[in-house]
Design a protein around this ligand. Structure first.
Ligand SMILES: Cc1ncc(COP(=O)(O)O)c(C=O)c1O
Length: 427
């Protein structure tokens, strides 16, 4: 975004790294939702508090001096130990908290640090679309080049679909790999499709990584949020992929604390070292009291029946939100994990003479649909073309992403408003 021309600050040129950034979707839709007092199902943050036992641990940590000072760049030992204990059985191995775990400032900084630790100018990173939008700037700011391959819906998109029907064409994926490719990024459970990759799919991706000597970043920030007893497989546990995989986790998604900015990387010592080196220069260490609280979260999760209870609560929220789209006859993809629903908006008839601001005429159709939904129906959703490269945006312009990590009251309010869509839906 350019600075206002009248400002003296405009005379100081921005670095090429940030000068090309477009206005992002959040800075359009979050203020819009506020301005219209819309029910905000846009951004994926919880509007309910984290569990009491985690909040209490944060309060106690703030009262202890050692928790208010710098921590080790690798993360506080208590948190690394708790992560090793909780994740060891899920990875089918004993995790070494000293060398195989790094605590980061949210998953996002962890991912940034991996790119900083591995990319050279012109190194290519293979991404599957739709992608988490921060990947792009994380890659380009580190000299890398994103290369895209879409995950395509394989069923009849005019009907409800299972998230597993969105598939990657493995030949197409391989065709994107060049001698400059260094990293492939996988996201499971997937935002925004809600897809949980099957073992077979993970092995196809893993085999490609082995064949072409790629580092795998497995972004598993929603790893505690998968539904219907579906098994969340971890690529790091399959075949020999552990040796080339860094798995990324998020305390924000795990304990409903997205603002605390605590995340982690798990992988073999040699693989995480370059990321740790970059992370140490970037933030030095992650805030101490909230690391302590997330450690307690893991230590006490089982006795509080936390993870199972959280899944049940999200399953019920998912069902609540899906029920209104069924009633409206709008097809959707049933998420197997994460807390987003992709809804097919093709049948919504937005009035053709609706006065959209100029800014939106340059954006794909889903920006206008979501703008109209926010302003006129009073429910904010996010246009998913934001998560695609420009050439592939047409693949997503008939969708909207709704987040259901919200209180039941908020979801009820959204449902009441969404029912006003009825006269605008083509039979
Ligand atoms: C797929 C994915 N990866 C990473 C992140 C970032 O997680 P954190 O908030 O821990 O940085 C998000 C957040 O929305 C996400 O959806």
């Amino acid at each position: 975004m350019a600075a206002p021309a009248s400002s003296a600050a405009a005379l100081i040129p921005r670095s090429d790294r940030v000068a090309h950034f477009e206005q992002d979707v959040w800075s359009i839709f979050t203020p819009l939702a506020l301005e219209c007092q819309a029910v905000n199902l846009g951004q994926g943050f919880m509007n309910f508090p984290p569990p009491d036992f985690v909040v209490e641990a944060a309060r106690e940590a703030l009262l202890r001096n050692d928790c208010n000072q710098y921590s080790h760049p690798k993360g506080r030992p208590r948190l690394r130990n708790a992560l090793a204990k909780s994740y060891g059985p899920l990875f089918n191995r004993t995790l070494d908290p000293e060398h195989e775990i790094v605590v980061t400032a949210g998953a996002n900084e962890g991912i940034y640090s991996i790119f900083a630790g591995y990319l050279d100018q012109g190194s290519e990173v293979i991404l599957m679309e739709p992608f988490f939008d921060q990947y792009i700037s994380n890659i380009t700011m580190n000299g890398g080049v994103p290369v895209y391959c879409p995950i395509r819906p394989t069923g009849d998109t005019s009907k409800n679909m299972d998230a597993s029907q969105w598939k990657i064409d493995i030949k197409e994926l391989e065709s994107k790999i060049t001698p400059r490719s260094k990293i492939i990024v996988l996201n499971t459970p997937h935002n925004p499709i809600g897809k949980v990759f099957s073992r077979e799919e993970l092995e196809q991706i893993g085999d490609l990584a082995v064949k072409h000597n790629l580092l795998i970043i497995s972004d598993e920030v929603y790893d505690r949020l998968f539904f219907d007893h579906k098994n969340h497989e971890r690529i790091a546990t399959l075949k020999n992929y552990w040796d080339r995989t860094i798995t990324v986790g998020s305390g924000g998604k795990t304990f409903g604390t997205t603002g605390w900015r605590v995340g982690w990387l798990i992988g073999p010592k040699l693989l995480v070292e370059p990321a740790l080196a970059a992370h140490t220069r970037l933030v030095f260490c992650v805030n101490s009291p909230l690391q302590e609280a997330i450690a307690v979260g893991f230590e006490q999760a089982d006795e509080n029946g936390f993870f199972g209870g959280q899944i049940e609560a999200y399953e019920s929220k998912r069902e609540k939100l899906l029920s209104v789209f069924r009633e409206l006859g709008l097809p959707y993809t049933v998420p197997e994990g994460s807390y987003f629903v992709l809804v097919n908006t093709d049948k919504i008839r937005v009035p053709s003479d609706y006065p959209f601001p100029d800014l939106l005429h340059k954006r794909p159709k889903d920006f206008r649909t979501c703008y109209w939904l926010t302003k006129e129906i009073g429910v904010c959703a996010i246009p998913p073309t934001e998560f695609y490269s420009k050439p592939n945006q047409p693949l997503a312009e008939n969708y909207a992403r709704f987040a259901f990590c919200k209180t039941d009251e908020t979801l009820d309010a959204a449902i009441e408003r969404l029912l006003k869509l009825k006269p605008f839906i083509k039979a």
